[in-house]
Design a binder for this molecule. Structure first.
Ligand code: MN
Length: 209
């Protein structure tokens, strides 16, 4: 039987201080090395628990285990996307171009309207969660998700192309209780080129399926 694969924690695609002054080095070190790493480890531990129970053919609390696994896999996947859709402010463009700009304008009417709705989704999420821009391959329309925790309110099979983490661990060191300031800061460090690449990949896959 093929060797089982597990999740790995990817390195950040930039230095820990690269997103300053919008996101501090301290925040990125904690967020990536501790929080993200924990989701990866816990997801792998969940997989190993399933494997162990199957090998010994023993009962497991499958309800609790699957809930836990969904939370941790959701967490690690969203963090991978989050790091990838940011870039140092000196290299970030102010707004998207190309296919992404066309899709956003087609759905929301303007970039400003999209920015407003995404910002509201991020600011109004209760407790821990994410704002995410996703794309439905059936309707070929983008749609904003307001994800609770890492895995609630997700539309199955929609492709997520851009995310913003609004868990307190994402901003408390830098902005204390002022989440809205962190959400505003995010717009300075978005890697629109990467988000556009992701969207084009999703559209291409949609054409084939
Ligand atoms: Mn996080």
């Amino acid at each position: 039987m093929a060797e089982k694969k597990y999740y790995v924690l990817p390195d950040l695609p930039y230095a820990y201080n690269a997103l300053e002054p919008y996101i501090s080095e301290q925040t990125l070190r904690l967020h990536h090395d501790k929080h993200h790493a924990a989701y990866v480890n816990n997801a792998n531990n969940g997989l190993k628990k399933l494997e162990a129970a199957r090998q010994s053919n023993t009962e497991l609390d499958i309800k609790a285990l699957l809930k836990d696994l969904s939370f941790n896999v959701g967490g690690l996947v969203l963090h991978n996307l989050f790091w990838d859709n940011m870039t140092p402010a000196t290299q970030a463009k102010k707004a998207p171009s190309g296919t992404l700009a066309d899709v956003i304008n087609g759905e929301f009417g303007s970039f400003d309207r999209f920015k407003k709705e995404f910002t509201q989704a991020a600011n109004s999420a209760e407790g821990s969660g994410w704002a995410a821009l996703s794309f439905c391959k059936k309707t070929r329309r983008p749609i904003i998700m307001q994800v609770e925790k890492h895995n609630v309110n997700v539309y199955p099979a929609f492709e997520i192309i851009m995310v913003l983490d609004i868990w307190e661990h994402a901003y408390y060191v830098d902005y204390k209780n002022e989440r809205a300031k962190f959400v505003d800061a995010f717009w300075n460090v978005i890697n629109w080129g990467k988000v556009n690449d992701r969207l084009e990949m999703v559209i291409k896959e949609g054409n084939q399926s």
